[in-house]
Design a protein around this ligand. Structure first.
Ligand code: SAM
Length: 394
């Protein structure tokens, strides 16, 4: 097989899993000898369930598909008690259907679409109701981030990846401001990507590559990007370290991973600060019930350090009514109000009286923003770290 059809197969004994990755498009049956051998050895050595991890198997031709069918058939006859679990990702749209057909023929095999329940809040976040929130947020954050990105190592002409890119507005801004050599933007929401692609088209930008994908299992190659960003996103996952490992993997040695996240309990608005603080404390609880940690901002320093990043830099953007256009800031809070008292309250079955109080708290935040003597803040934590260069063995 040539390199365009490259795949890898590995057996992980400790979790009884064979992981197949890449592009499996053999021309001749003999091309599949390593696959056959690995599968046979794994099946012979396990009891209970053998996992076939196909999450990153991007392509599979008919010959390879027949080989997998043959393997399932062989297992069923040789080890009737062995169960096979085929784990696939929705990022490969054909996989659940095609492998689903296989399991109809082989009762010992089942297909699991692992990202169906990737984290409990997935449906709430990928919903197009969030589009106005994302749009208004980037509007006001960019004015601050634009300068600060230089301090975190972004320069002209780099290879950049924006993971969990949302509606793609940040990628467009980076494209205009920093003229990257390559910019790839990945998200797991089809409505957001559709919006992003349409927006880039309207701006006449053809060279941002948008991909549908899962941040915890990216199809992007290792050591590829100089600058990897993921903004306001680690905070929505119940296992943020899984994403961070992927960001580290695709980053080149010496390149940087750049993150922004919030500390929602520090959102503040004076004079009606008690109501404002109550509202954000309540929102935090609602989000936590969906597995999200909107207090992760300051924890990024330890997350990056623990994963082995070097030169970890942290700072804070304080969006206030004194450094931001008042009406733009107010619109952000109003977009939160709509989303949190609507979509999020429904998803978390929040009682009506609590929703009423939430409404009041957001309005009090907006009041602080607009009031002549009021003060309001939305703090965002920024962190970046450098991927270490490989150490030379002497
Ligand atoms: C809070 S939004 C932030 C979007 C964007 N970075 C911004 O700053 O506007 C989180 C994003 O993560 C995306 N997302 C959720 N789960 C994902 C996954 N498993 N892989 C990739 N993106 C995911 C959502 O669709 C959403 O666009």
């Amino acid at each position: 097989m040539d390199s365009a059809q490259a795949y890898s197969i590995r057996y992980h004994e400790n979790n009884q899993e064979v992981a197949l990755e890449g592009s499996l498009r053999p021309q001749h049956a003999g091309d599949l000898d390593p696959v056959r051998q690995c599968l046979a050895e794994a099946a012979a050595s396990v009891r209970g369930t053998l996992y076939l991890n196909l999450k990153r198997l991007r392509y599979l031709n008919h010959l390879a598909f027949l080989e997998l069918a043959r393997f399932l058939d062989h297992c069923q006859r040789e080890w009737p008690d062995l169960r096979l679990k085929l784990v696939v990702s929705s990022a490969v749209p054909w996989a659940p259907i095609r492998f689903g057909h296989l399991t109809e023929r082989f009762p010992n095999a089942i297909v699991e679409q692992y990202d169906k329940a990737f984290y409990p809040g997935q449906g709430v976040i990928e919903n197009d109701q969030l589009i106005p929130v994302l749009r208004t947020q980037t509007n006001i954050v960019w004015a601050h981030e634009r300068e600060l990105l230089h301090r975190h190592g972004l320069r002209h002409g780099l290879r950049v990846a924006d993971i969990c890119c949302g509606i793609g507005d940040f990628a467009v801004l980076l494209h205009k401001e920093f003229k990257p050599e390559v910019i790839v933007a990945v998200d797991h929401s089809r409505p957001f990507l559709q919006y992003a692609i349409q927006m880039a088209k309207e701006f006449g930008i053809a060279d941002i590559e948008y991909h549908y994908g899962d941040a915890a299992n990216l199809f992007l190659s290792s050591n590829t990007f100089d600058f990897v960003t993921s903004r306001l996103s680690l905070q929505i996952f119940n296992r943020p370290e899984l994403i961070l490992r992927e960001l580290l993997r695709i980053c080149k040695p010496g390149g940087r991973v750049y993150l922004t996240n919030e500390m929602m309990s520090h959102n503040y608005g004076y004079p009606r600060h008690e109501s404002v603080s109550w509202t954000y404390a309540q929102t935090l609880k609602m989000l936590a019930s969906l597995g999200m940690d909107l207090s992760i901002g300051p924890k990024m320093y330890s997350l990056l350090t623990d994963l082995g990043f070097e030169d970890v830099q942290m700072e804070q953007i304080g969006i206030t009514n004194t450094n931001t256009v008042v009406e733009d800031f107010a619109r952000v809070i109003e977009s939160w109000e709509e989303y949190i008292t609507g979509e999020l309250s429904t998803a978390t079955q929040t009682p009506r009286e609590v929703v009423e109080r939430l409404h009041a708290g957001f309005q009090d935040h907006v009041y602080a923003i607009r009031s002549r003597r009021g003060f309001a803040i939305w703090p965002i934590f920024v962190a970046s770290g450098r991927k270490p260069l490989p150490t030379r063995s002497t």
